[in-house]
Ligand binder design. Structure first.
Ligand code: CTP
Ligand code: MG
Length: 229
């Protein structure tokens, strides 16, 4: 069984609003996408890394030169994250076997480390339903859904991160069969709709998704720290 990384990097970064896609934002002087890709290049477990960008992307060649070893850029990004991933999975068909595992990881999570990749593979690498990094909720959770305010016990609640890892054939089927692609906010939820329970593996706060301008300095703080996690 081989492990492949698939990195969706075809978003526009509307909430970051820097005038170009946030995956190219410099963090400690290097583009975010470069940090993200290197977590996989430095992991001995990953056979190859694929990066999905939009067909019009004019930045990627400077960040991931065509002759760079271990990584291939796919210009098949779609209108949503899920479409980008679905398009990427289709192109992977000749290279990846049905039981090989695909680790889908947001370009916008540059704090990933080879140690976290290793932990995910060690704890869920052979799970038929796959697995994902997630963080146990530490705050008390409030809900305003019913009109008033209620409290949901945080016990048993997790925040999903990526990588989210599944057998190739299972993930393709889950995303092709998803009834409402717009309602699928992560890959695991599509697999859950097939009646399966992916395994949750505890991640680390350094693997935050860089979404808002305030996240930039937090990401840089983690990137400047030695990664023992
Ligand atoms: N993504 C993608 N294709 C899309 C939309 C998003 O590949 N059509 C990727 C992003 O590049 C990112 C990941 O999915 O690496 C997570 O998405 P998000 O953090 O929401 O990034 P953006 O969609 O770029 O940001 P925003 O929602 O603020 O526009
Ligand atoms: Mg988005």
């Amino acid at each position: 069984m081989n492990y492949f990384a698939l990195i969706p990097a075809a978003g526009v970064g509307a909430r970051m609003a820097v005038g170009y896609p946030k995956q190219y934002l410099p963090l400690l002087g290097r583009p975010m996408l470069r940090h993200t890709v290197e977590a996989f290049l430095r992991s001995p477990l990953i056979a190859h890394t694929y990066v999905v960008v939009s067909p019009e992307d004019g930045y990627v060649a400077d960040v991931l030169p065509p002759d760079m070893a271990g990584v291939t850029v796919l210009r098949c990004g779609g209108a949503t994250r899920m479409e980008s991933i679905r398009n990427g999975l289709r192109l992977l068909a000749p290279m990846v076997g049905a039981d090989d595992r695909v680790l889908v990881h947001d370009a916008a999570r540059p704090g990933l480390t080879p140690a976290l990749v290793g932990k995910l593979v060690a704890e869920a690498g052979t799970e038929p339903a796959g697995g994902l990094l997630a963080l146990p909720v530490v705050d008390t959770v409030k809900s305003t859904r019913g009109g008033g305010v209620t409290t949901t016990p945080r016990d048993g609640l997790w925040l999903a991160q990526t990588p989210q890892m599944f057998p190739y054939a299972l993930l393709r089927r889950a995303l092709e069969e998803a009834p409402d692609p717009d309602a699928i906010t992560d890959d695991a939820s599509a697999v859950e709709l097939l009646g399966l329970s992916p395994r949750l593996v505890e991640g680390h706060p350094r693997n935050l998704k860089v979404t808002l301008p305030a996240d930039i300095r937090i990401a840089e703080m983690y990137l400047s720290m030695e990664s023992t996690q």
